[in-house]
Design a protein around this ligand. Structure first.
Ligand code: WT7
Length: 654
């Protein structure tokens, strides 16, 4: 008997305390035998080498791993090109006619690009880059929306051995400038505009502002979004047009044979200081990790699957699970440019139905937004093509998990909750969909070959059930190789807290069944809509404003975004604490860093809670902001500061 009345979240939670992979999924899964874990554990070097062997090498490696803690070299002596893995390998195998991307622009413009089209396009861009003097080892910064040309430019850089660095096209001129300067980029490739929420964002204007302070940049190569768009930003001397540089280039380009350890890209992420870290990834190991994890975690079937990862290529998720992993597997993908609720709340579900998406990968913050928008939006579309769902970026709350399973997955799609980081390059803790019995909210267990441990404060290991600091205790091929230009910070940030172990910055617990639950960051980093923001970075932005004497920023719990920043500000003499100034400061942060960083609130206060040694106690600010009972205040220099703050906060709330 079927019950047609919609099930409540509570009912769903009680029905899905665990989820066993359905028999029909297991029967077709790329891996369904749990012995994969023991095989990989017994000899992780051979396990990873077996994946590296599936890549096309110009020269095979001599040594799988050279581990001089904390510096790893994988596939030493091997030579290959990353773009060949994603393009030529498939075209040469006779699969050039397979669709690589179903692209859909926000206004509804559609393009279909096969693997052969992508290869030709990548070669044209590569030749264009060469014509601008870009050589192996040069840095190229990309600032583009989600369009096929972004993937092409990434692969074109890889093809000629230029080190690319994608900056998410929502970052401010200052953030873009900082990144371009840090890597001393020779070229910026950008689009003049991007569609988002029915409007065109003027990307070129951002680039113009940034590039004014970037003497290393010789040219700005501009791709016109749709042609009909006119950027309000003027052309500058260094600008060159796509039509002049790329469009008439030859559609073949000999790939550069790269050393396995040659840099592939730099991707910036927030750390605990005001300065973002340029995370460095290299070629052979990164490609091996991307190929293996996307094959096993997303169970990819290149002949039949239509895979859609909704991330932006500006984040690591888009690097590993749009460009390199899925393309190395030769699968067909959907790429969508714009907002999920444009023109209506069902845009994503319309696309899933239109392209018969079978594997779908998104973030908990998006899932919570879908829940809020209403069940009717997915429910009115045929989503039966879906067979596997993924989640990434932050802990997924069990309510969102069961909603995702039921309303998107029709109750029978496995969900893979994948924990990893910009630094890890690929998925580290995750179910394997044909093997793992999942539990809503848990990322379950390490990927084969990965070893994760929970550590106590003193570095001793938590055995069995319990909580601790999450550390990775073996090298893995797609691990970061350093921080661009700052090895000291690399060693200090990741390898000094627990000597000899990679400290991820997250806390986690292990349950009685051995499943891992990620609890969130334990450092001054917050996670806003699945993106990393540093409290220090926002504080630096606030104090850059003339009215601000001192600032403290915390991340507080937020229903949709997971966390959101709140700023506490002490004004300079002569400035008045007005609602207008509070608004101005919020906008100022958004302008300095990017919209993501805009504080939810800015609260003025005459004092901040500090220890006697002057350290701001953010934990107490969090208690105030989340309306919790105030924790231990015995170390405060002046406990009365908190009462004043609480009053300020409550006044602001009402
Ligand atoms: C941080 C890494 C990995 C791509 C997107 C974010 C958090 C990531 C999960 C998950 C709980 C997660 C962690 C991690 N995180 N995935 N499945 N469950 N937390 O990449 O910007 O490098 O951030 O995101 O806190 O440390 P990132």
């Amino acid at each position: 008997m079927t019950d047609s009345s919609p099930k409540t979240i509570d009912t769903l939670l009680s029905e899905h305390r665990t989820f066993v992979p359905p028999a029909d999924f297991v029967a077709q899964a790329n891996v369904s035998d749990a012995s994969v874990y023991t095989t990989a554990d017994a000899d992780y070097e051979s396990w990873w080498a077996s994946w590296a062997e599936k890549l096309q090498w110009d020269k095979k490696w001599d040594t799988v791993l050279d581990w001089q803690l904390p510096y790893a070299k994988w596939f030493v002596g091997g030579k290959l090109n990353a773009s060949v893995q994603c393009l030529d390998r498939h075209v040469d195998a006779g699969n050039g006619g397979r669709i690589a991307f179903h692209f859909e622009g926000e206004p509804g413009d559609c393009r279909t690009l096969t693997y052969a089209d992508m290869l030709a396009g990548v070669c044209q861009v590569a030749n264009g880059l060469k014509s601008l003097g870009v050589e192996k080892g040069d840095r190229v910064t990309l600032y583009m929306p989600m369009v096929p040309e972004l993937a092409m430019t990434v692969l074109a850089c890889a093809r000629i051995g230029a080190i690319f660095s994608v900056v998410f096209a929502g970052f401010s001129p200052t953030s873009l400038k900082d990144r371009v300067q840090d890597q001393a980029a020779k070229l910026i490739v950008c689009a003049d505009g991007a569609w988002r929420g029915g409007k065109v964002l003027d990307l070129k204007k951002v680039v113009n502002e940034a590039v004014a302070d970037c003497p290393s940049v010789e040219n700005v190569l501009v791709w016109p979004r749709g042609g009909a768009l006119k950027s309000s930003a003027e052309d500058l001397d260094r600008d060159v047009k796509w039509a002049d540089v790329v469009s008439s280039q030859a559609t073949t380009c000999e790939p550069e044979s790269m050393d396995a350890e040659d840099p592939l890209f730099i991707l910036y992420t927030s750390g605990t200081t005001g300065k973002p870290k340029g995370i460095l990834h290299t070629t052979g190991g990164y490609m091996t990790g991307a190929l293996a994890t996307s094959n096993l975690v997303f169970d990819l079937k290149p002949e039949t699957d239509v895979y859609w990862c909704t991330a932006d290529i500006g984040w690591i998720t888009g690097h590993s699970y749009i460009v390199f992993g899925p393309m190395a597997n030769g699968v067909t993908q959907v790429m969508y440019e714009g907002a999920p609720n444009y023109p209506k709340f069902d845009r994503f579900w319309e696309l899933v139905a239109k392209y018969k998406v079978s594997v779908f990968y998104t973030a908990p913050t998006a899932i919570r937004a879908f829940m809020k928008w209403g069940d009717e939006h997915p429910d009115q579309h045929d989503l039966t093509s879906l067979r596997l769902l993924g989640s990434v970026g932050e802990p997924i709350n069990p309510e969102a998990w069961v909603w995702y399973l039921h309303h998107i997955g029709g109750g029978n799609c496995p969900i893979v909750d994948t924990w990893w980081q910009t630094e890890t390059g690929g998925i580290m803790i995750t179910p394997l969909p044909g093997i793992t019995t999942t539990v809503p909210g848990s990322a379950t267990t390490p990927f084969p070959g990965i070893e994760a441990k929970l550590l106590n404060e003193d570095g001793s290991e938590v055995i069995g059930a319990g909580g601790g600091y999450l550390a990775l205790t073996r090298p893995w091929p797609s691990m970061l190789r350093g921080i661009w230009g700052d090895n000291e910070r690399y060693e200090e940030t990741y390898w000094s807290r627990f000597p000899g172990k990679y400290f991820a910055g997250d806390g986690a617990k292990r349950d009685e069944d051995g499943n891992l639950w990620i609890l969130g960051r334990v450092d001054d980093v917050m996670n806003v809509s699945g993106h990393r923001l540093s409290t220090m970075e926002i504080e630096s932005a606030l104090v850059a404003h003339e009215a601000v004497a001192e600032a403290a920023v915390i991340g507080i719990a937020h229903e949709l975004k997971g966390q959101t920043p709140v700023g506490f500000v002490i004004l300079r003499n002569g400035y008045e604490a007005t609602p207008e100034l509070s608004e101005e400061l919020r906008a100022f942060v958004a302008k300095e860093i990017g919209g993501l960083a805009r504080p939810e609130k800015v609260i003025f206060t005459p004092e901040l809670p500090k220890t006697r040694s002057g350290k701001i106690m953010r934990r107490l600010l969090r208690d105030v902001a989340e309306g919790k009972a105030i924790g231990d205040v015995t170390t405060l220099a002046d406990p009365s500061v908190l009462q004043g703050l609480q009053q300020e906060y409550e006044a602001k709330e009402s």
